[in-house]
Every structure is written in structure tokens, then in C-alpha cells.
Design a protein around this ligand. Sequence first.
Ligand code: ADP
Ligand code: ASP
Ligand code: MG
Length: 414
Amino acid sequence: MALVVQKYGGTSVGDVQCIDRVAGRIARRHEQGDRLVVVVSAMSGVTDSLLRLARQVHPDPMGRELDLLLATGEQTTTALLAMALHAKKIRAVPLTGAQAGIVTDGSHTRARILNIGPKRIHGFLDEGAVVVVAGFQGQDLQGSITTLGRGGSDLTAIALAAVLKADLCEIYTDVNGVYTADPRMVPNAAKLDEISYDEMLEMAASGSKVMQSRSVEFAKKFRVVFEVRSSFSDAQGTLVKAETKSMEDVVVRGISLERNQAKLTIPAVPDHPGVAAKIFSSVANHGVSVDMIVQNVSDRGLTDITFTVNRDSLSRALRIIEPAAQELRAARPRAQEGVAKLSVVGIGMRSHSGVAALLFQALADAGVNVQMISTSEIKISVVIDEESSEKAVRAVHEAFGLAGGTSSEVRKLG
Ligand code: ADP
Ligand code: ASP
Ligand code: MG
């Protein structure tokens, strides 16, 4: 008798037929004797429409009110799924995040889990019930409802699996697993049988939204092995787990694309100590996250600094750096929208060379210009024009030989 934590994402519970189908899946598993804790997302599109509603009444709603509103999306599906299970004569107990014992800090809309008291859930499991938990939410120490950042139901599931010491954690979504690239963009992308935490983390953090990146960080920290699989089929999914020796043989595991990026350049900045600190501390103090940063070689004591931000933060970032640039006697900052970040990820890069050269060649052959480059031990990212970004992803995917049918084979460069 296994203790299983399952999570069903928005599309899997997108309408009442889907909820009923999921209830059928759960009922079958329950009848096989497994103890089940089921985490659900809001029905697809609901969180976005709640956000739109909030912005219709206030341009910049306060976090506490926003979280109270957003949490209702997951509560709706929790209640509906429990009802659907009752209709199938399965005893189910629906719990909000707070009722499930999820305690967070008070950072509304991106709260961190502080602890989870699993007693209540264990009690209901011991009584033979299926426990249905609203994903994406918790409660802070003052008793206010908080949410865990977009995609946060993944985190609820992984955190519950860790604290309940579950035998299995299954993340059900609308594709068969983690692919070498977004299968909606690259039709011949291959499903991966397994992927290491670090690779999944880098892919999630650079635009592969199949998993929330914070949930992968949490899984790595608490060694929660989980499977990403489809709620629409019985096909085996992708195991996300600690790396094994053989994983390093695959040089590039996958390609990610992050759209909605913007680039800011401050030209002719005096090249002396403290200048970068001044620019980036004022940006950080205003809560804007900076991604890539590039500084040119100094020419007669002056340099250009370029960095990228999310497009939504562009006007705010510009408002912050304009006075800073003036104070530093630099030239007027320039902004460019319509850029995207393409990343190739793989732990095999640690021990294989030639990845950057192959990436740049593939982009050159596709006629795509590279505007910025950054590298880490297991990732190379480039900023490119957003308009040609899908074409670029397909070309790079092809160049690295990632197309379907070869996903679990050893691929070595040269
Ligand atoms: P859920 O609502 O189940 O949480 P999401 O929409 O958050 O689902 O994530 C699933 C989607 O992630 C897929 O439909 C797919 O388009 C997208 N995706 C992006 N990159 C990848 C990838 N490398 N592998 C699989 N899916 C990906
Ligand atoms: N409903 C939330 C979102 O859309 C959380 C989730 O689905 O994981 O971001
Ligand atoms: Mg998701």
C-alpha cells in the first residue's frame, strides 16, 4: 500500500468532464489500495481571469487582497473534485492550503513555505479517505491567505510529498512528460525518460513552464523523486531525480525559450569601481529582477552596460536607471523590446566541449543574430530577436540531434 501524492494541473481539471475523468482515475487507484493525497490547480484560465478582474478595480492590487482572490480558483476545483469523488462513492476530504497545515512567510503572491503540519492529513488517510488539497496556497503566521507564485501547485505537491514521506509523487499535466523542447513549438521533440534535478531546474528557470522552478529546487533539496506525466493517457512519463553517472553522457538534454524579455543599454558609462554597484543596487531596491548582464570592453575610460529584464518590468526599470545614468554622466539609456532568451541545458556540458560552437553555428545557419551570451556550468543562453525565436529553437533542436526517437540514447558531440 503506497502513499501517493498526485497533482493535477489546470488543463487536467479544465471543465467538469475533466474533473469527472480525474475522479475516475483517482477512484481506480484508491480501489487498488493506495493512500492518496491529491493536489489540484485552478481550472485552466481561471487564475488569469481572476488577475484581470483584480486589475479592473485597481491597477496595482495589494498582495493580501490579491492572494485572497487568487486562492479561490484552487478552492473551487478542490471542492468540485471532492464532490465528484463522493458521486463515485469514494470518501474524500477537501482541504484548503491552510487546513492542510501549510504555513508560509508573509510575502504575498510569492510566499515561501516555512513548514507543513501533516497531522491532519495523516488522520484522514488513516480513516481511509482520499485527501484533496488546494494547490498554490498557504497561510502566513498572522493567518492571512498567501499564494506560492505562478505554477505554485507543483510546489504544494512536492512539499507535501516531502513532509508526508510519500512513496510516489506524480505531477499530472497535459503532455506526456518533459520533452527535449516544448512539444507545442517543436513537433518532433522527444519525451525524456529521466532528467536530473539540475537540468530540470535550469530548463524551468529559463522558460520551460512544464514545472515551476521553485518546486524543482525544493525537490532537489529534500530529494523528492517525482514523475511528470499526462492525465490524458496511461503512458509512462519522465522521472526527475538526482543525477546518475550515465546522465553526463548526454551533452544537451533540452532547449528552453523565454519570451517577453527586454534589453536595456546604458551607453558611455564611466568605467570605474562602484558604477555597476550603483546602477544595479538602485534597480534591485525597486524590486526589479535583472537577468543577463553584459559590460563592454572599456574604450577611453567609458563602457556600455546592457542587461535584460522581463518585458513587464521594462518601463519601471527605465524610470529607475534614467536618473542613475544622469548622475553618473552616462549617455541616455536605450530600451529594446521584442527579444527572447534561448537556452541549451545539459549536465554533459561539464565534460564535453563544442556546445557553444555548435549552438552559434546552428543560429548562424538559421540567419539568427546573437545579441547577448551568458554561460553557466550546465547552460548556455543567448538573447535573440523574439520574432525568429521559434525558428531558432527548432534549428538548434535539430542541430543537437534531439529529435524524437533518440531521447534516451547517448548523444556525444564530435
Ligand atoms: P499544468 O496546468 O498541468 O501545470 P502547464 O501549462 O503549467 O501545465 O505546463 C505544461 C505545458 O508546458 C505543456 O503544455 C507544454 O506546452 C509546456 N512546456 C514547455 N516546455 C516543455 C518541455 N520541455 N516539456 C514539456 N512541456 C513543456
Ligand atoms: N493556478 C495557479 C497558476 O495558474 C497555480 C498553478 O496552476 O499551479 O499559476
Ligand atoms: Mg503548471
